[in-house]
Design a protein around this ligand. Structure first.
Ligand code: AMP
Length: 192
């Protein structure tokens, strides 16, 4: 199994690039943000809970997110591998993921982070808000908070994988196709 963590701040292009990686390598795309949004739409208990945090640009509590992620992984029988998008977002989630992957006889192969600076992120999120209809993309205050939370709680996850020798940084600026090529190059090397 090849399991990738696609990492980066909100607006870095994780979702867009995940789709392309899935298409080429046949991995299962697992976006915690997408699962939360689906639950919000269905108005499940999880959705109602998640909404309280997402609407403020805060992180959903670790316990809830980790349990949900595990359930999602276990839904797939004999997977070729996963691409985790938007998870882990805290050091606690990263540790929990390692433990869980070991339990199912696997591991995280590599964490690939998309590097994009703050002003570019704000521009992309404002643009995305028009197409996606996501409320958390439309409000500059929520965007600012999401970036702040990313810097405080999520960025340290890079160090976590770096210590394991599993961190690759990819330049997330440029044409979408160019960035895809950079990612494919990294993944091709991992597969060989
Ligand atoms: P995303 O679609 O990845 O931008 O996620 C949208 C929102 O869902 C985030 O701003 C968080 O509020 C919540 N969320 C997604 N993934 C996680 C996670 N791994 N841990 C905590 N909250 C998350």
């Amino acid at each position: 199994m090849i399991n990738l963590v696609l990492f980066g701040p909100p607006g870095a292009g994780k979702g867009t690039q995940s789709e392309r990686i899935v298409e080429k390598y046949g991995l299962i795309h697992l976006s915690t943000g997408d699962v939360f949004r689906a639950n919000m739409k269905e108005e499940t208990e999880l959705g109602k809970l998640a909404k309280q945090y997402i609407s403020k640009g805060e992180l959903v509590p670790d316990e809830v997110t980790i349990n949900m992620l595990k359930e999602e992984v276990l839904k797939h029988k004999n997977p070729k591998g996963f691409i985790f998008d938007g998870f882990p977002r805290t050091a606690k989630q990263a540790k929990a993921l390692d433990i869980f992957m070991e339990e199912i006889g696997s591991e995280v192969s590599q964490m690939i982070s998309l590097d994009v600076e703050k002003e570019e992120l704000k521009k992309r999120l404002a643009k995305r808000a028009i197409d996606s209809g996501r409320e958390d993309d439309a409000d500059p205050e929520i965007i600012e908070n999401r970036i702040k939370v990313y810097q405080a709680e999520t960025a340290p996850v890079m160090e976590y994988y770096d210590k394991q020798g599993k961190w690759t940084k990819v330049d997330g600026i440029g044409e979408i196709d160019e960035i895809t090529e950079r990612l494919f190059e990294v993944i091709d090397k991992l597969i060989k």
